[in-house]
Design a protein around this ligand. Structure first.
Ligand SMILES: *Cc1c(COP(=O)(O)O)cnc(C)c1O
Length: 391
């Protein structure tokens, strides 16, 4: 069986592992050297060159998962995002970014790009017309993120890749929310695939890391800048990430199943006015999501009816943790208006459709009945409180 035909769980478990020649141990040894021989060797190894044995091994797993020629591991998702963008943009260049983006990426662009002489436009929406309209003769990169945070809007990857190719523009995607388990952008012609490995790849809320998958040619260009910026990941954490990724497909598929069932259940509840999950037929992008995703993911958002206070609801939860990050095996919730999108201001949030009662839900691997019971008891507790206050 050739390497490219291995199944998902086999890639997660084995691809890129380092054979323990000395003791025949079952898992990759950790190589912590920051100093390697330079004479009579093929590779000059150094952690900041992204080529220690553990970095190289895990990069192969990333590439195999995303079906690309090359992979790279970074010290954070933002190290991967910033290095990729700056590798393909120079003074005088323009980048088109989709309207909704991860907050850190948005901040990188609006706070930093001006001083490098890089101009940018955000699309008006996710339609082909909006992307086409944003392109200028200086556009070098189109950057997308799908499904996006927090309303799980879906961007048509094939449309974007085709449009970009017509203009000789490089495409980049933040594939964090879907993970390589649910979506492989390379299949649709996207050039450079970015991940916050802090999320589904790590999966246990205990690692901060990033990853890139791309062709060797594109990766060489990224590497040239990466070694100068220095955003490499410690080999101890590289090893922990390899360990976490062995169970990534198992975890993510369990999260897919939980999320789909819970989204359907929430959709029928009187206390919930709207559910945003790409796997619901009522989601405006359901058809597109079905075409380009093999699973709908573990992320969703829902809106509480106006008389339920989002903060009170989160405080009443007993099992589900109110927490900023996402994609761990444990379920977490946050209120974007109070956290990730608080800096936007009320008006801009309203424009983007982010209501005060919107809750973002990162569904974990717990038993779905326990998660539903927790939501139910929290709703009951706040409704009771509301009635008491009204009295
Ligand atoms: C968390 C996240 C990032 C940034 O990753 P860090 O590891 O925190 O640097 C980028 N994109 C998305 C979609 C994320 O959720």
């Amino acid at each position: 069986m050739s390497k490219s035909h291995k199944g998902l769980n086999t890639i997660c478990t084995h691809t890129g592992e380092i054979k323990d020649e000395q003791f025949q141990g079952a898992v990759s040894p950790i190589y912590l050297s920051s100093s390697y021989a330079f004479m009579d060797v093929d590779v000059k190894r150094y952690p900041r060159y992204f080529n220690t044995p553990n970095q190289e091994g895990l990069s192969k797993k990333i590439a195999a998962l995303e079906k690309t020629e090359a992979g790279m591991i970074f010290g954070s998702g933002m190290a991967a995002v910033s290095t990729a963008l700056l590798a393909f943009l120079r003074s005088g260049d323009h980048v088109v970014l989709q309207e909704t983006l991860y907050g850190g990426t948005y901040n990188l662009v609006v706070e930093e790009f001006e001083k490098y002489g890089i101009t940018y436009s955000f699309t008006e929406d996710l339609s082909e017309a909006a992307f086409a309209k944003a392109i200028t003769p200086h556009t070098k990169v189109i950057y997308i993120e799908t499904p996006s945070n927090p309303l799980m809007k879906v961007t048509d990857m094939k449309m974007v890749a085709t449009l970009a190719k017509k203009h000789g523009i490089v495409t980049m995607i933040d594939n964090t929310f879907a993970s390589p388990v649910n979506q492989n952008p390379a299949d649709f012609g996207i050039d450079i695939i970015l991940h916050s490995a802090t999320k589904y790849m790590g999966g246990h809320s205990d690692i901060c890391a990033g990853a890139i998958a791309a062709s060797q040619e594109h990766m060489d260009r990224i590497w040239n800048l990466a070694k100068n910026l220095g955003g490499s990941l410690s080999d101890l954490t590289v090893w922990m990430l390899e360990r976490s990724m062995k169970t990534m497909a198992l975890r993510v598929k369990a999260q897919n199943r939980n999320a789909k069932k819970i989204a359907k259940w929430l959709d029928k509840k009187d206390e919930i006015s709207r559910v945003y999950y790409p796997g619901l037929k009522s989601h405006p992008d359901y058809k597109l999501a079905k075409e380009q995703m093999s699973g709908f993911g573990g992320m969703m958002s829902f809106e509480l009816v106006s008389h339920i206070d989002a903060e009170d609801f989160q405080k009443a939860l007993q099992l589900i943790k109110p927490s900023m990050s996402l994609a761990g095996v444990e379920s977490t919730m946050l209120c974007p208006a109070q956290t990730s999108h608080s800096l936007l201001g009320e008006e801009e949030r309203a424009k983007q459709g982010i209501a005060d009662g919107l809750i973002r839900f990162s569904v974990g691997i717990e038993e779905k009945a326990d998660l539903m019971e927790d939501i139910d008891q929290a709703l009951k507790a706040v409704l009771k409180k509301t009635v008491l206050v009204a009295d």
